[in-house]
Design a protein around this ligand. Structure first.
Ligand code: ADP
Length: 445
């Protein structure tokens, strides 16, 4: 049994984890950097430990300090949240070696899935369709040219160990490949400490769909249906919804079953997500995120399952206690990410409330949105009977939002929400540039 849990994260996810701890009667200890001294998570947690200065490399990524803090505070377990150390296999391993429970998949599973090439091959061995492209690292220009010729341009070069929408390079014609390969390898090494890259066919304007799974590591794997995360800006998700407006039931079932099969093959333990691209009624495996995701609330709402409590129970070694037939997916949920465009002190802050609305945030009036970290201000999530109702409730919710003192993406999010394209449900990853062409131009310099 976990009695005391250290949260190795910050922001809204730290607050979210504290809330589940409270429900479970678990003592929460949050880590914080000097920049987060006044944060809501620090105020809410039962205890807080400063682990370093503002720069995440010296605080939220400083895993030796974090493990030492957990031992010092006599915690039984560490929850890594999302981002930061959540997919760091060494951190998971060291946590376990220090005699603590790591709330997440086994370190070996994280290591395996952290490499997109190995993940693609594992998916292939389970007969999952993968995006056309290489199943090995692209080493030489000669190899790259040959592979690109077989799959056809445009192609995308990806850092095998990449993540967070970074380390990807699109190549539209052969003459660009040499330079792009050099840059991709260099960037992969600089960002992720590993210069390995692979190549995939670049699908034009696909949809991003992903399946949420829970696996107790004792033989029971369930899926909580899909999330549609097609609305993106520079590969960063902006709106997420469940269910998607595009899948027919047969394809949905197949995608879910493929994902379950993959998790069974992996002997996966914990919560995880299988990401796919969907194009012309076909889906292609992209990768597995061996952790909780930012957009997890939409799955929580349609399934009625608290994913953090589930993660904790699995980490304690408990069996799931239910099977797929017990998972009832109902209604529709939509999440809008409210991001800061500039950092600074938030002078005025009003969030929506009322029927069908949930707000996951860590900021209050007078708080500072720090320039050191992810600019997420809040996730505004609605849960209703169907997509049309969610659109209407989200419109009402966004109308209630007021942020003064910093610039936000609220106006763009409203534009997207009210666009005919988004409302029709028929769009691909280029929705943002179509609906906000001016913003798109600005952000691309
Ligand atoms: P990360 O691990 O950095 O999040 P992903 O592999 O999950 O990267 O891809 C993020 C996004 O990049 C996708 O949602 C999609 O918009 C785009 N993308 C990735 N691979 C392809 C591809 N082969 N074709 C078209 N778009 C792609």
């Amino acid at each position: 049994m976990i009695k005391s849990l250290l949260i190795a994260n910050r922001g809204e996810i730290a607050v979210r984890i504290i809330r589940s701890c409270r429900d479970l009667g678990i003592h929460s200890v949050v880590t914080y950097s000097t920049a987060d001294k006044e944060s809501l998570a620090v105020k809410m947690a039962d205890e807080a430990v400063c682990i370093g200065p503002a720069a995440s490399s010296q605080s939220y990524l400083n895993w030796r300090n974090i493990i030492a803090a957990a031992c010092l505070k006599r915690c039984d377990a560490i929850h890594p949240g999302v981002g930061f150390l959540s997919e760091n296999a060494d951190f998971a391993k060291e946590t376990e070696e220090a005699g603590l429970i790591f709330i997440g998949p086994r370190p070996e599973t994280i290591a395996l899935l952290g490499n997109k090439i190995i993940a693609r091959n594992t998916a292939l061995s389970c007969n999952l369709p993968i995006t056309p492209g290489s199943t090995e690292a692209v080493l030489s220009l000669k190899e790259a040219l040959a592979t690109a010729k077989t799959i056809g341009y445009p192609i995308i070069l990806k850092a095998a160990c990449g993540g967070g929408g970074r380390g990807m390079r699109i190549v539209t014609k052969e003459s660009q490949l040499e330079q792009a390969l050099q840059i991709a390898k260099k960037e992969a090494l600089a960002f992720f400490g590993d210069g390995t890259v692979h190549m995939e066919k670049y699908l034009q304007n696909p949809r991003h769909l992903e399946i949420q799974l829970l696996s107790d590591g004792q033989g029971t794997v369930v899926h909580l249906g899909e999330r549609d995360c097609t609305v993106q800006k520079n590969h960063q998700k902006l709106f997420e919804e469940s269910p998607t407006p595009v899948l027919d039931e047969k394809v949905r079932q197949q995608m879910c079953q493929d994902s379950v099969n993959l998790f069974i093959k992996l002997g996966y333990r914990g919560a995880g997500t299988v990401e796919y691209l969907y194009d012309n009624e076909h889906y292609y495996f992209m990768e597995v995120n061996a952790r909780l995701q930012v957009e997890h609330p939409v799955s929580e709402l349609v399934s009625g399952i608290d994913l953090i409590k589930a993660q904790i129970a699995i980490a304690e070694g408990k069996p799931l206690g239910y099977t797929q037939k017990d998972v009832l997916l109902r209604g529709h949920s939509l999440e809008c990410r409210l991001n800061g465009v500039t950092a600074g002190v938030i002078k005025k802050l009003v969030f929506p409330s009322g029927p069908s609305v949930r707000v996951d945030t860590y900021l209050r009036e007078g708080s500072t949105l720090s320039s050191y970290y992810d600019p997420l201000i809040a996730k505004i999530i609605v849960y209703t009977q169907n997509r049309d109702e969610s659109l209407a409730v989200m419109k009402r919710a966004l109308q209630e939002v007021c942020v003064e003192g910093i610039e936000t993406n609220l106006d763009q999010q409203k534009l997207i929400l009210e666009s005919t394209m988004f409302r029709s449900g028929r769009f691909g990853t280029d929705l943002y540039e179509r609906v906000c062409p001016e913003e798109e131009k600005k952000s691309n310099g």
